[in-house]
Design a protein around this ligand. Structure first.
Ligand code: S3P
Length: 435
């Protein structure tokens, strides 16, 4: 395992690329494929550590899933309610989505006993947010810290439907409840304070579930029990991975990149809106719909960025992009304020504390707020030793910051990038050479 990587400023950043498949959609395709009847084929899946964790868990539960390195993954589903008890602990690695969505699925499998555990980061992350509503449905879940943290044990039950008013805008909470609702008789519904990503709703509809939601509201209702039938799925490129290149090309003088086939689901495009407000030159080309998800090619050119305020309703639509937007803000003229983003503190790392500390090591002026960051842009970045803290998005954000830092930046523990972006550093080296 690579302990660190040395990165230098970019003299050039040009080329065309395709970012890996969307992580959220990849997880859902594997999960619904495993729960459906028949053979689901998935093209363009993210071959990252997180979807591998999901695939391995479902193999242990009886689904046949081909290796997820290839261009096409095949999932032989077992049919709803037919999961097999695993003889071993289900290991969810670094993946919050796997852990939380599995809790919803496993809670509703009557009689099935399961144990879940993940890496050191997963064991610190709050699971009460899904366990609490699932318990109201009748789920039986045990865990550390008063059933709030992994390791967790689940004994599946016949659940009752609920209407849940979620205090957080979280697609993982919403999805866990909806997945539990698949085997539950009646209407299970979730209302969120702001709209989170709706990939579960779109994909559940495609697999045949009776689900009602209106893109303008924040309530979604599923009528169970459902029957899911196998689908052909094409996974679009992940806008959260594209975001690193959008910012890279915006801040490196003379840069131009074309990103092909990026998902532009409106519940995920907050990063495009904010970069647009900051003055980034991004063109959305060739818009189309693939398997119910909007997709486009994104062309981005270097530009002068201006500071802006980021908060409110847009936060859930760019939550994973805030670390890289913090890098953009360091290169923008003026003071950027990020608020309403306390959720960042419970991601793969405390992304507020970690981004403030690491960007300041590079010479940026970043101040922590309880729920965000204040970034005084325009201070030149200087190469330094920085740390990913085992967080894939922190690793890639700091690697992009290094492109505009004078001298050499040494990034510790860069390999965690494989959680969502295998080949990121190779792609970076290729684009620095130009076409
Ligand atoms: C995800 C939802 C978001 C996001 C995470 C993936 C999903 O988390 O940050 O990377 O696939 O549902 P929350 O639901 O905790 O906001």
């Amino acid at each position: 395992m690579l302990k660190s990587v040395a990165l230098t400023a970019a003299q050039c950043l040009r080329g065309t690329l395709r970012v890996p498949g969307d992580k959220s959609i990849s997880h859902r395709a594997l999960m619904l494929g495993a729960l459906a009847e028949g053979l689901t084929q998935i093209e363009g899946i993210l071959p990252g550590d997180d979807p591998r964790s999901t695939a391995e868990c479902f193999r242990q539960l009886g689904a046949q899933i081909s290796t997820i390195d290839g261009a096409r993954v095949e999932v032989h589903g077992v049919g709803l309610g037919n999961l097999r008890e695993s003889t071993d602990i289900l290991y969810t690695g670094n993946s919050g989505t796997t852990t939380r969505l599995m809790l919803g699925i496993l809670s509703a499998q009557p009689g099935l006993f399961s144990c879940l555990n993940g890496d050191a980061s997963i064991r610190t992350r709050p699971m009460g947010r899904v366990i609490e509503p699932l318990s109201r449905m009748g789920a039986q879940i045990w865990g550390r810290d008063g059933a709030k943290r992994a390791p967790l044990a689940v004994l599946g039950q016949h659940l009752r439907p609920i209407h849940y008013d979620s205090p957080v805008a979280s697609a993982q909470v919403k999805s866990a409840i909806l997945l539990a609702g698949l085997l539950t008789v009646g209407e299970t519904s979730v209302r969120e304070p702001a709209r989170s990503r709706d990939h579960s709703e779109r994909m559940l509809t495609a697999f045949g579930a009776d689900i009602r939601y209106c893109p303008d509201t924040t309530t979604v209702t599923l009528r169970g029990p459902a029957r899911l039938s196998a689908q052909q799925i094409i996974v679009p490129g992940d806008i959260s991975s594209a975001a690193f290149w959008l910012v890279a090309a915006a801040i490196v003088p003379g840069a131009e990149l074309l990103l092909n086939g990026v998902g532009i689901n409106p519940t995920r495009t907050g990063v495009l809106e904010v970069l647009g407000r900051m003055g980034a030159d991004i063109q959305i080309e060739n818009e189309r719909t693939t398997c119910g998800e909007p997709v486009a090619d994104l062309r981005v050119r270097s530009s002068r960025l201006e500071a802006c305020e980021i908060g409110g309703e847009v936060i859930p639509r760019l939550i994973d992009e805030l670390p890289i937007l913090a890098v953009a803000a360091c290169c923008a003229r003026g003071k950027t304020v990020i608020r309403d983003a306390a959720e960042l503190r419970v991601k793969e790392s405390d992304r507020i504390a970690v981004m403030a500390r690491e960007l300041n090591r590079l010479g940026a002026r970043v101040e922590e707020l309880p729920d965000g960051l204040i970034i005084e842009g325009g201070h030149p970045l200087m190469g330094a030793e920085v740390e990913s803290h085992g967080d894939h998005r922190v690793a890639m954000s700091l690697a992009i910051a290094a492109l505009v830092a004078r001298g050499t930046t040494v990034l510790g523990d860069p390999e965690c990038a494989t959680v969502s972006y295998p080949g990121f550093f190779e792609e970076l080296a290729r684009l620095k050479l130009g076409p």
